[in-house]
Design a protein around this ligand. Structure first.
Ligand code: PLP
Length: 414
């Protein structure tokens, strides 16, 4: 009897997605004990205080007003031209870098991660990712026979660990002469960290220093999946301007997603944005990613692209969308503030939170603590380096009490 048919590169451990597994358990608990008895902080999706998924009316009313054919038709392989324009406006706002910029539609931000890793590294190369990270960077690298090595995200002052980034960056670049380095900011998943503008300057200085060797090919992939929920107004977009007039051997790729900013998680739409001071490099980026689109998923979600383009192009619709989003951004910020404050009060150590959907609690026995908390109907995600609490999914009142529960569970186990 045979027990395997897959080619050797396609055989992976038989594990189901841990996050979705825990989310299902939390939902079972909700059915059994009632919503008010359960804290479900598992999924990275914005929920209202009643535990229901937030779906922006400005997005879904627009979608439902569209002719069926506009939703049903195939899209262009690289994405609809009005969408590709709209992405630049929505992403950069007043901070568009002075550079050649090309955009290609991708299925969610995930598709842009795939394109950056596959199209800008060679087989067997190593991609640089922070130690606290979103796991699919590793899954995607593995899928394509790439390795991952890690820099420390934070130093002992709880700031971006520039030394660790520089050391790992330079070691890999020296060896490979090309490097894709990933920075997930603002609103890093899972810590909620955002690089300050000064920290961005320092990162760019490192890139520029290493770009002096013209043999080097430096690719900075910036994952901004949560940018719409970061900072006040557009302050967290200021750093984009810093990607103006970079040396030609630095390519910046922005991973952009409609999943969070437009509450379109399952509609699978995003974009890869290439920024270069060299027109040919920007065009190469476009054709390289368009080829990858055709080869992997052909084209993307036309309805999602059109909704986003319609909203962005029409000042009234854009204003209404911005107002609706602002309500939820404030809701999220209040929840996070409450969680941070309550953590301080009970002496729970958390990582420095700036923005976004998650807060992390460093610890070495996350699985044990998470299992213990599950008994009390608090569901959160155990990671290698700690616990991830999804403030996006938990009402403010529960964000106030969760830190004490977590602290108690940790104290009882340690
Ligand atoms: C850090 C990070 N990057 C990118 C994404 C992209 O998600 P999607 O492919 O759903 O747009 C996510 C979603 O969870 C994320 O957490």
């Amino acid at each position: 009897m045979i027990n395997s048919m897959a080619a050797s590169h396609a055989i992976w451990p038989k594990e189901d997605d841990a996050i979705f597994g825990l989310a299902a358990k939390a939902q079972e608990a909700v059915k059994r004990y009632g919503k008010d008895k359960v804290i479900d902080s598992t999924l990275g999706a914005l929920m209202d205080d009643n535990g229901d998924l937030v779906c922006f009316n400005t997005v879904y009313d627009e979608l439902k007003s569209m002719p069926n054919a506009n939703i049903a038709a195939y899209a262009l392989v690289a994405g609809q031209p009005d969408f590709l324009e709209a992405v630049q406006e929505a992403c950069f706002r007043e901070y568009r870098p002075d550079a050649y910029i090309k955009v290609v539609a991708t299925p969610g931000g995930t598709g842009s991660v795939r394109h950056a890793i596959y199209n800008y590294t060679n087989y067997g190369d190593t991609v640089l990712v922070s130690d606290w990270h979103w796991k699919p960077y590793v899954t995607i690298s593995e899928e394509y026979g790439r390795k991952v090595s890690h820099y420390k995200l934070l130093n002992d002052k709880n700031q971006f660990n520039l030394e660790s980034f520089k050391e790992n960056f330079e070691t890999l670049l020296e060896k490979q002469k090309r490097l894709v380095a990933v920075i997930n900011s603002p609103a890093h998943n899972p810590t909620g960290y955002s690089l300050s503008d000064e920290e961005w300057d320092q990162v760019i200085d490192i890139l520029k220093e290493n770009a002096k060797n013209k043999e080097n090919r430096i690719i900075l992939f910036i994952d901004v999946a949560y940018i719409d929920f970061a900072g006040q107004g557009n302050e967290r977009r200021k750093f984009f301007k810093k990607f103006s007039h970079l040396p030609e051997n630095i390519l910046v790729i922005i991973g952009y997603s409609l999943s969070k900013g437009y509450t379109m998680y399952g509609m699978r739409q995003g974009a890869a944005i290439g920024i270069s001071s060299n027109k040919d490099i920007a065009e190469e980026f476009y054709y390289s990613c368009a080829h990858s689109n055709r080869a992997n998923w052909s084209n993307c979600n036309r309805g999602a692209m059109e909704v986003m383009a319609r909203i962005t192009k029409d000042p009234d619709k854009f204003k209404a969308y911005e107002e609706e989003k602002a309500i939820y951004k404030t809701m999220l910020q209040k929840r996070a503030e409450s969680f941070v404050k309550a953590s301080e009060e009970v002496g729970l150590e958390i990582l420095p939170y700036r923005d976004g959907f998650f807060i992390s609690i460093p610890c070495s026995n996350a699985k044990q603590i998470s299992d213990k908390l599950m008994e009390e109907n608090l569901f959160l995600i155990p990671l290698k380096m700690g616990l991830r609490f999804a403030v996006c999914a938990v009402a403010e009142e529960k964000c106030k009490i969760a830190p004490a529960m977590i602290k108690k569970a940790m104290d009882n186990i340690e």
